[in-house]
Write a protein that binds this ligand. Structure first.
Ligand code: FEO
Length: 172
């Protein structure tokens, strides 16, 4: 069993990760509608990764004898003014998720819950990578996205993303 507050924070994070998947699928919907299938594909894979994050935390809770409950997932409500907007929203969202993971880590540290800290180490690293990737997407778009050929090339590049399950991530 885990400390009650930590278990609640982790359970809440399961919901937040599913929301992230929902949000990125919403981005994919937007790009598909705009004819940018490479961008849509990239966010569809990102959504799969977010679902994996949710399932990893769910599994950690179950492995520690905790009951997992699912709350309602809110509908993404963003309207995008241009093709850059979802990329910027994605970067902001990842910074927000990092702050959530950091809060849980902080609580685990305060409770001397070294097992949860070790479990979250993977997420701390992952968030660093996700922020960098999201920032790179914004920068690349600003460099190349305003030119038709540049946008075409970027769309092609993003269409090559391959889903890789988070196989090395801890489950216990
Ligand atoms: Fe699960 Fe993009 O953080």
């Amino acid at each position: 069993m885990l400390n009650k507050k930590i278990a609640e924070m982790l359970n809440d994070q399961v919901n937040k990760e599913f929301y992230s998947a929902y949000l990125y699928l919403d981005f994919a919907n937007y790009y598909a509608d705009e004819g940018l299938d490479g961008f849509a594909h990239w966010y569809e894979i990102q959504a799969q990764e977010e679902r994996d994050h949710a399932l990893m935390i769910r599994r950690y809770l179950l492995n520690n004898g905790e009951r997992v409950t699912f709350g309602a997932i809110g509908g993404p409500d963003k309207k995008f003014a241009n093709h850059l907007a979802p990329l910027e929203a994605g970067f902001e969202h990842e910074k927000y998720v990092t702050s959530l993971i950091t809060e849980i880590y902080h609580e685990a540290s305060a409770q001397k819950d070294y097992r949860t800290m070790q479990f979250l180490d993977w997420f701390i690293k992952e968030q660093g990578e996700e922020e960098t990737t999201a920032d790179d997407m914004v920068k690349k778009y600003k460099l190349f996205g305003y030119d038709a050929k540049g946008l075409y090339a970027l769309n092609q590049e993003l269409s090559a993303r391959v889903y890789a399950p988070s196989a090395t991530a801890p489950q216990k």
